[in-house]
Structure formats: structure tokens, C-alpha cells
Design a protein around this ligand. Structure first.
Ligand code: FES
Ligand SMILES: [Fe+2]
Length: 369
């Protein structure tokens, strides 16, 4: 298994605090949770221009992203149906087609083989495509255990007037259920992130979405004590959106994106965007560029603060044992309710869905308050 995928960071010192410790994917070689189904981020839209090709990994397989001249983005399974060349390596996009460089068979980006280089009728061959969506600057690909089509849609995330997401990707020995659980693990905010909750957060679990809001105070270098109110929405186990209204007309957003790439190996992306409404007093010709510069500045500061905070979780996840029956205590967040909600994203029964009996379940997954 490759340790670090190109474009991802194992991180410099973030994981070395546990020097001598064994990463979780080595310590627990049979993954205690299977891959979840759902929408997972494989990159940002701005990473792939018209005519571009990019290979990313999702649940043990490569996914080839190809963008046609019209801007349409397609996600393809990687191997050419002719003799199996990797299209992420050998493919070239022309207009709305992809041509495999091994024998120059041309395929419509929607799949069908259009022609060969032999001047003969093309074979009845089709590229395998995967459902892909672009929203909020993210590229999301649908994954299900049996290859069945999406049973739900990702949210439409408005990106008009926002800066493109600034982000980075870490490769961590963990599972998306753990990284996403972090959102409702309010007990660690004070101790790991040095952020004090102003009140008990609101959390609800409805259908595919877990949402809520909370307010924290933290001390930042040079800025001193800062309070911020957040709303969060979690869509499945791959996509968490955290919104913060900083002041009138100034809004920032943070994404935490967990993508299972191999058993117990996750690409964890963090990214931020922001928007600043044009200042009415300025002449129109000036207002837009000034608000764009301001939005970039807000995005970058918001990104640095929150990416630094998120990075504190990395050494936890990288060495963490997945506790099937955690001994929860009063003061923990709604971990038990979260795990119950998360069960819907497995079309294979998770190994941890153990029958502990109706009266013992509450005891073993009791939520603290
Ligand atoms: S392997 Fe792709 S055209 Fe032959
Ligand atoms: Fe955290």
C-alpha cells in the first residue's frame, strides 16, 4: 500500500508526536468498519481545467476525472475497455472526447466508444463512469458497495461571490466515521483545541444530514480572545460544512472532507472559502475588486486558524483504536446518537453493529450531557 499518495501530506511533525507508536492501519490490519456509501470529495473544481485529466483514489480504486472543453466534468473508472491502459496516464481529452493513447480509441466522455484508429466500426465498448457532482467548489463522487446509483443527492452549496477554496489534503490511517464523529465530540474542544464552548450545542440528526450550531471562545496569537458562532451541516460521512458569519456582509466557510481511499486510510481535506459584500460607499468599479481582496484575506486567515485547529486531530486519528463500545461519560457530545445515525451509510453491516441487547445498548453507547 502506498504510504503517501502524490498531492497529499503525511505531514511533518503532526504525526511524529507518537514516534515509536504504530499507525492504526498497521496495528489493526483487519479494518473494524467497512467502506461507507455516499458522496466523497476527490478534489476541488479549480484543480482541473477544461481539457484536463486528474487521477484520484476512492475506496481502493483509482478514479479518473476528465473535463471536456465545454467545462463538463466526468468521473471514469480508470482502465480502457479495449486492452486496459490507464486513462489517467494514457488518456487525452479533445473537445468532449477522451482518446486512449495506447491504440487511439476515442470515447465520448459519457462512455460510448466512437471510433478506432483502424478506420473500422468501433467495438461496442463503453467507459465505466461514476456519478460526479460539483458544488461549492468541491468535486464529489458517489460510491456504493455494489455500484448502484445514488440514493440521495449532495447539497447545493452556493459559491457565487466566494473565493475558490484554499485547502490541503492529509493521508491519515483512520476511517471517515471517526473523522466525522469529531464534529459532535464536543468533549475534546476545550482540551485538544483550547476552545471553550459558550453553551451546550444544538445537534439534530435528520435523514442523511446531521446539523447544529455552537459558539466557542478561543485565544488567538495577536488577536487575543475571540468568540465565534458556527453552524454546521454534515452530509453522510464525507462532507462537513461549517459556516461562520463574522460580521455583517462577511461570511466564512470551512470544509472538512473525509474520503476513504483504502481500508483504514483516509484522505482528509480541509478547505476554506469566504465572501465579503461590496462596500456600498465605494464607486462600483472599485467595490468589486476591493471586496475580492478582502474576501481572500478573510478566507486565508479563517483557513489558517481552522486548518491549524483541525491538524491537532490528526495524530489522534492516525494512532486511534476504533472503540466499538466506547465508555462514554457525562460531558461527552452525542456520540451514541451519531453512531446510530451513521449506520445508514453502510450497505454492508458494519462489523461494529454488534447486538448488545436492547437494555445494554443504551448503557454502552450512553451519551453524556
Ligand atoms: S488500451 Fe486503450 S485503446 Fe487500446
Ligand atoms: Fe477536533
Amino acid at each position: 500500500m502506498p504510504w503517501t499518495t502524490p498531492g497529499t501530506r503525511k505531514s511533518s511533525k503532526l504525526f511524529t508526536r507518537g514516534a515509536g507508536a504504530t499507525p492504526a492501519n498497521v496495528a489493526f490490519p483487519s479494518a473494524p468498519l467497512p467502506y461507507p456509501d455516499g458522496w466523497f470529495c476527490v478534489g476541488f473544481g479549480h484543480e482541473i481545467d477544461a481539457g484536463g485529466i486528474l487521477t484520484r483514489r476512492l475506496t481502493g480504486e483509482d478514479v479518473v476525472l476528465a473535463r471536456g472543453a465545454s467545462g463538463v466534468l466526468r468521473a471514469l473508472r480508470p482502465h480502457c475497455p479495449h486492452l486496459g491502459a490507464h486513462l489517467g496516464v494514457m488518456g487525452t481529452v479533445y473537445g468532449e472526447e477522451i482518446v486512449c493513447g495506447f491504440h487511439r480509441f476515442a470515447f465520448d466522455l459519457d462512455g460510448p466508444c466512437l471510433r478506432t484508429s483502424y478506420g473500422q466500426p468501433p467495438p461496442r465498448a463503453t467507459l465505466d463512469t461514476l456519478p460526479v457532482r460539483e458544488t461549492g467548489g468541491l468535486v464529489l463522487v458517489w460510491r456504493s458497495r455494489d455500484g448502484s446509483p445514488p440514493t440521495w443527492e449532495p447539497p447545493t452549496i452556493a459559491s457565487a461571490g466566494r473565493q475558490i477554496p484554499r485547502g490541503k489534503t492529509y493521508e491519515v490511517a483512520c476511517h471517515p466515521q471517526q473523522t466525522t464523529e469529531n464534529v459532535v465530540d464536543f468533549g475534546h474542544l476545550e482540551h485538544l483545541h483550547r476552545a471553550t464552548l459558550a453553551r451546550t450545542p444544538n445537534v439534530s440528526f435528520e435523514g442523511r444530514v446531521c446539523s447544529g450550531d455552537f459558539e466557542v471562545t478561543r485565544t488567538l496569537p495577536r488577536l487575543g480572545q475571540v468568540s465565534a458562532k458556527y453552524t454546521f451541516r454534515v452530509y453522510g460521512l464525507g462532507l462537513t460544512v461549517l459556516d461562520c458569519d463574522l460580521s455583517t456582509g462577511v461570511a466564512a466557510r470551512f470544509f472538512a472532507l473525509s474520503t476513504p481511499v483504502d481500508p483504514w486510510l483516509t484522505h482528509f481535506r480541509v478547505a476554506a472559502t469566504a465572501t465579503v459584500e461590496p462596500i456600498g460607499k465605494l464607486p462600483t468599479a472599485l467595490a468589486k475588486p476591493v471586496s475580492a481582496v478582502a474576501a481572500r484575506l478573510v478566507r486565508d486567515v479563517f483557513y489558517v486558524v481552522h486548518a491549524t485547529g483541525s491538524a491537532m486531530d490528526l495524530p489522534v486519528w492516525h494512532y486511534q483504536k476504533y472503540q466499538r463500545a466506547p465508555r462514554l461519560a457525562p460531558g461527552d457530545g452525542p456520540i451514541g446518537r451519531y453512531r446510530k445515525w451513521a449506520e445508514q451509510f453502510y450497505s454492508a453491516p458494519p462489523v461494529d453493529r454488534i447486538d448488545v441487547g436492547p437494555d445494554r445498548r443504551g448503557e454502552r453507547l450512553r451519551e453524556g450531557r
